[in-house]
Design a protein around this ligand. Structure first.
Ligand code: FAD
Length: 277
């Protein structure tokens, strides 16, 4: 199918993008286009105005921000994956960006688009959730900051309103004491995760402190696996309770039952891999 007709504008600044968003009720931002264009072609999305922010170079950066690393919303997955700053201070984020899709997807897709799209099958949302990242959102009244834990609201639904734009995400710097893993089970190399697991913690007194485990494709949003986190901290089996509080979908990649089993296996393996790092 071909998309329904729409008007097209190129935004020259964040302010202009916000003004254009407000100019039409059913307007939509276009970043890398790798999630939106398929929806347009299927006519699942029919905006009357498409606002291209893909040339907003001011939002394409990876910067040292003290205790965190700031990543501009328009930073492409490839640039996140190959960022020396991230490889040094938060290799988990760089590693996961390098697992997204294929090289073509990684050269077009953006971190802001990936978060704002709110797809529970995407990789980076679960990672920023495990890292307690902060997400900046710009609107008419300026920029507000939302914790990753409050950002994901439902399938394709986030804290960013229809007239707002995600501008930056800040992830904490990990130290030499941190251990991490990201495991993604998929049928083909370039596929979305049937289930994904991000695990990160700080080594402490022969065990771990502040464990965080988050799950991909196990519900309407990325989910924290609280019972598994507690088990990791206690040194007991983190996989046994991995499905607690989840509501996995059944689709062509796997049934809910299959996912419920898979998540237990992957959580165990992710904790093992992190602990061995
Ligand atoms: P777009 O498609 O341009 O936009 C997506 C949505 O977010 C739109 O609603 C748009 O209006 C909104 N939006 C975009 N930017 C902003 C912003 N700054 N502020 C507010 N709203 C915004 N993802 C994975 O995580 N893992 C995978 O394995 C994976 N595989 C893929 C394989 C293929 C073949 C394809 C086509 C995509 C794949 N993706 C995967 C998705 C890819 O990562 C997308 O690029 C990403 O999810 C969306 O980023 P984008 O910049 O392309 O956003």
């Amino acid at each position: 199918m071909i998309p329904a007709p729409f008007d097209y504008e190129v935004a020259g600044s964040v302010g202009e993008a916000v003004s254009l968003l407000e100019s039409r009720e059913d307007s939509k931002l276009l970043a890398g286009g790798h999630s939106l264009l398929p929806l347009l072609r299927l006519r699942f999305a029919r905006p009357s105005l498409l606002i291209d922010i893909g040339r907003l170079d001011e939002l394409s950066y990876v910067r040292d921000a003290g205790s965190s690393i700031a990543i501009g919303a328009l930073t492409r997955h490839h640039d996140v994956a190959t960022s020396e700053l991230l490889q040094e201070h938060n290799p988990l984020v760089a590693h996961v960006a390098g697992l997204i899709g294929d090289p073509q997807v990684r050269h077009r897709g953006t971190i802001g688009g990936s978060l704002a799209h709110g797809d529970p099958a995407s990789d980076l949302p679960a990672v920023v959730l495990a890292l307690d990242a902060e997400i900046d959102i710009a609107g008419r009244d300026g920029v507000r900051t939302v914790a990753a834990g409050d950002f994901f609201r439902g399938v394709f639904e986030t804290a960013a309103g229809p007239h707002e734009l995600v501008t930056e995400v800040r992830v904490p710097k990990l130290t030499g004491d941190h251990v991490w893993s990201y495991l993604k089970f998929r049928r083909r190399a370039q596929d979305w995760a049937t289930v994904g697991v991000a695990a990160v913690a700080r080594r402490s007194n022969g065990g771990v402190a502040e464990p965080a485990i988050s799950l991909v494709s196990m519900g309407a949003t990325p989910l924290r696996a609280g019972a598994s986190e507690a088990a990791w901290a206690a040194g007991s089996d983190p996989g046994a309770a991995a499905g607690e509080g989840t509501d996995p979908p059944s689709d062509t990649n796997g049934s809910a039952e299959y996912r419920s089993h898979l998540v237990q296996v992957l959580v165990r393996r992710a904790v093992e891999e992190a602990s061995a790092r």
